[in-house]
Design a protein around this ligand. Structure first.
Ligand SMILES: Nc1ncnc2c1ncn2[C@@H]1O[C@H](COP(=O)(O)OP(=O)(O)OP(=O)(O)O)[C@@H](O)[C@H]1O
Ligand SMILES: [Mg+2]
Length: 456
């Protein structure tokens, strides 16, 4: 991740024991857009490296305050991503050349050609920033692989991750339940793509999104001429999924007649395409999802109980985000990382913004959070994501919440009113008190209570 800040193209540390050499080089390079840190010797160079995010180092070789080669070895050991460029007097070319064979970036004989130095430095900075980005992407990937891309450290989520791990290779049917945006599809994919059969087909169909009359032909497939419009033969999803996984998303939306047909397929492990009576053997692992309370659907006879028992051999119930708020900072951090890399920004979340995110009810669960972070990262102009970057849907519920937070904002409004009055009356407090319609004494009391400094 690097800063999208056009005025600074990179942080450069210059090490030289001659103050004049430092001064000249600093002036030239800051003029070219680099942010310069300078050090007269080893110790201060090392301190600066630990304190700032240095992108490249330019160092002299022979210095009174330490040897540039020793510094180079220190950098190699502790900051291996930072490229080192040597500036050396004619007499030390041999050591500079040997440093290049050990991984130094470049060397110049003093006095350098500044245009060339600038070009080489820009390449060094770019190399460092790319290395940093690669490292950060690798970390994200490693975390995602470990957790099957599912972020969560909350107790319930950890149990779910364990459950996924223990059932991924079984052929039992799985039913994933949870409100919208809780990650049902993500879990279905994790079950398949972390299993031994990850290279077999993963076929999904959303029972709520496909029109009823099309759903049957989508699932079963058809022969040419099976119905008006069946101009050619088509393989159904059951067949496509054979050998792999079939994910029936939102199965509670399946109408009763299709439920009966699905049950038959599951019992017989065979299908017939529409318009054909040839039986085709199929074998897939079934994963279903439901965001409705499917047991209630069974009780109200909108969902067949025998089908329910067949699809619900293993049940995974995903908790809504509001019931696992302890995961919120982690989710926010991960999504921030992801979108900062994509947008090439470096942003952190302010504590106020995090507090508001934590307090929100999250009806759209993780999907909603992810979208909000994406939007905020895209819109944020500074290095901090603040309340102003959050959408109204979140802020309005926050302001109307009848708890400490709205008490606090009431207090803030009062402070603002007092400040405005003092400002408008140019510091004359008696006038300000009159303007707010309270006595001078009461005004001073409010000032103390609200701890507004009287010189505002
Ligand atoms: N635990 C999680 N970690 C990381 N990302 C998540 C997590 N849960 C959900 N998401 C992300 O949130 C979005 C919505 O997830 P998904 O589509 O799996 O939800 P869903 O339960 O299937 O929702 P719906 O019922 O609306 O279909 C996706 O972008 C997904 O990657
Ligand atoms: Mg879904």
């Amino acid at each position: 991740m690097y800063t999208d800040n056009t005025s600074n193209i990179g942080n450069v540390l210059i090490v030289d024991d001659e103050p004049n050499a430092l001064k000249i080089l600093s002036a030239i390079l800051s003029d070219k857009g680099f942010r310069i840190f300078d050090a007269m010797g080893m110790d201060s160079a090392i301190t600066l490296m630990h304190k700032h995010d240095i992108d490249a180092i330019i160092t002299d070789i022979k210095m009174t305050g330490g040897d540039g080669m020793v510094l180079f070895h220190y950098v190699k050991q502790h900051f291996s991503e930072i490229p080192v460029i040597f500036l050396t007097a004619y007499g030390n070319v041999d050591s500079a050349v040997s440093a290049i064979t050990q991984g130094a970036f470049y060397y110049f004989i003093k006095p350098p050609d500044y245009m060339k130095l600038k070009g080489i430095l820009a390449r060094a900075v770019e190399q460092r920033q790319l290395r940093k980005e690669v490292r950060s992407l690798k970390t994200i990937l490693a975390v995602k692989e470990k957790n099957h891309f599912i972020i969560g450290n909350n107790n319930k989520m950890r149990k779910i991750l364990e459950l996924i791990d223990s059932v991924k290779d079984s052929s039992s049917s799985v039913l994933i339940r949870g409100e919208t945006g809780t990650g049902k599809e993500l879990v279905a994919r994790a079950l398949h793509f972390t299993s031994r059969k990850k290279t077999t087909p993963f076929v999904d169909i959303n029972c709520a999104a496909v029109p009823r009359d099309l759903l049957e032909s989508e699932l079963f497939g058809y022969e040419k001429g099976a119905f008006t419009g069946a101009f050619s033969q088509r393989t159904g999803k059951f067949e496509e999924a054979s050998g792999g996984t079939l994910f029936l998303d939102e199965i509670s939306e399946l109408e009763l007649s299709l439920q009966t047909k699905l049950l038959r397929v599951l019992q017989e492990r065979e299908v017939e395409r529409l318009g054909s009576n040839k039986r085709i053997k199929i074998d897939f692992r079934l994963i279903c999802s439901a965001n409705k309370d499917i047991r209630q659907e069974v009780r109200e006879e909108r969902f067949r109980d025998d089908l329910f028992y067949r699809i619900n051999v293993i049940e995974i119930a995903l908790p809504p985000l509001r019931e696992r708020k302890d995961d919120l900072p982690l989710l926010v951090t991960e999504f921030m990382k992801e979108f900062c890399i994509r947008e090439n920004k470096s942003i952190s979340v302010s504590s106020d913004a995090m507090e508001i995110l934590r307090d929100y009810y999250w009806p759209g669960n993780v999907r909603q959070l992810r979208n909000i972070i994406e939007r905020a990262v895209v819109l944020a102009s500074g290095q901090t994501l603040t309340i102003r970057d959050l959408p109204n849907e979140i802020l309005s519920t926050y302001n109307h919440k009848p708890d400490n937070n709205s008490m606090r904002s009431l207090k803030e409004m009062e402070i603002q009113a007092v400040r405005n009055a003092i400002h408008e009356c140019q510091g004359n407090k008696s006038k300000a008190a009159r303007m707010l319609g309270i006595s001078r004494k009461a005004f001073y009391k409010r000032l103390r209570e609200l701890s507004v400094k009287s010189h505002v």
